[in-house]
Design a protein around this ligand. Structure first.
Ligand code: ATP
Length: 364
């Protein structure tokens, strides 16, 4: 069993930078939790507080129900894999993996057995006698993970472990770490700024911004029910389209007026938008929820001009402009228009999300 719980955890660095503000996170046994957010949002600081490498300025941290704020890192039963791997250059792979166990004075046979077992899991047996400089980036990354595995820790912490790898290897290692999680059945906490990594790896994702947790949820609930405009824009690629608009009421219907077009809002948002009549909102629509329909009726579409067409094989990305906002639509591969054409884009209003123009919170 290994649960990790942060209760109102804060970090203020010397000099006054408040890196983490009152974070509440509960990580269940065997869960794979990803902390994600833009650079400087406080994810690494959060991870380092869990590891015991940074003091906690406020709040409480529990591992398996025990408060560990003042427990030194070596006694937390946690292993961390760093972004730069932190391998010892003068030691062989075997010795790099064995080092942490040797300093804990573990019997030689146990060390041998654990290193062999980890080397098998990671398929690096043939590398055990090499030194780090004779390894590829992906192999070094495996050794760094191996060094954590041999410790049989309660919790694995990963700090952007794939960021030094090229794009193709990153995709491969992503899958390897996910299957390692399944195989080891361990609690893992993983930091990344890459939302694709977060979406593909996490059972649960914690989205952070400026030291504040924005939303915690499984990948699809973050994608489909973002709590605010930041989460909506951060999760998803190409990102969600946003259009600033005014809400109006005419002829007994709710409309949005973007400046270059007006569109009637029918369906599930008609009611929640009523209190916003006369106010500013942001209309959010994902690229896959826009289709073009040259026969769409007046008031039901976004009139646009096609600016760029990107055929990707399985789908095509069409960049269009309303005159005020650029939109991206993901459409089927073959499309019936060219750059410069006028196109009627029809958003699926049941999939749209509206945000308060001032607070940027989602309107429900
Ligand atoms: P990145 O993705 O760039 O690593 P991050 O989300 O992990 O970013 P942190 O490294 O946790 O962010 O940093 C959060 C904030 O704390 C930043 O404003 C950073 O400049 C500041 N910070 C980090 N370490 C220290 C330190 N040792 N002393 C003072 N401020 C720090």
């Amino acid at each position: 069993m290994a649960t990790v719980e942060l209760k109102s955890v804060s970090k203020v660095y010397d000099g006054g930078v408040q890196a983490v503000k009152s974070a509440d996170i509960t990580i269940q046994d065997k869960e794979f939790v990803v902390l994600v957010g833009p650079s400087g949002c406080g994810k690494t600081t959060t991870l380092r507080m869990i590891a015991g490498l940074e003091d906690i300025s406020g709040g409480d941290l529990f591992i398996d129900g025990k408060r560990v704020n003042d427990v030194p890192p070596k006694d937390r039963d946690i292993a961390m894999v760093f972004q730069n791997y932190a391998l010892y250059p003068h030691m062989t792979v075997y010795d790099n993996m064995a080092f942490g166990l040797k300093i804990r004075k573990m019997p030689k046979e146990t060390i041998q057995q654990r290193v062999d077992e980890a080397a098998d899991i990671l398929e690096i047996r043939e590398l055990l006698e090499r030194r780090p400089k004779a390894l590829s980036g992906g192999q070094r990354q495996r050794v760094a993970v191996g060094r954590a595995i041999v410790r049989h820790p309660k919790v694995f912490l990963f700090d952007e472990p794939l960021s030094n790898l090229d794009a193709k290897l990153r995709v491969q290692m992503r899958a390897e770490i996910s299957s390692l999680h399944t195989r080891l059945q361990a609690t893992m906490i993983y930091v990344t700024h890459d939302q694709v990594e977060a979406m593909t790896m996490g059972d649960k994702i914690v989205v952070m911004r400026n030291g504040v947790i924005q939303q915690i949820g499984d990948p699809l609930s973050l994608y489909n029910q973002p709590v605010n405009r930041f989460v909506a824009g951060f999760i998803g690629s190409p990102p969600m389209n946003f259009l600033a608009a005014q809400v109006t009421e005419e002829g007994g219907k709710i409309w949005i007026d973007e400046g270059t077009f007006k569109m009637a809002i029918e369906g599930r948002y008609a009611e929640p938008l009523k209190p916003y009549v006369g106010k500013a909102v942001t209309f959010g629509i994902r690229p896959e929820d826009c289709q073009y329909d040259m026969k769409a009726a007046e008031g039901s579409f976004i009139p646009t001009t096609v600016e760029v067409i990107e055929p990707l094989g399985a789908e095509t990305h069409v960049y269009v402009n309303t005159g005020k906002h650029q939109l991206i639509a993901r459409t089927e591969p073959s499309i019936a228009f060219s750059v410069g054409d006028k196109a009627k884009f029809v958003p699926n209003l049941d999939k749209a999300v509206f945000f308060d123009g001032e607070t940027e919170e989602a309107i429900n």
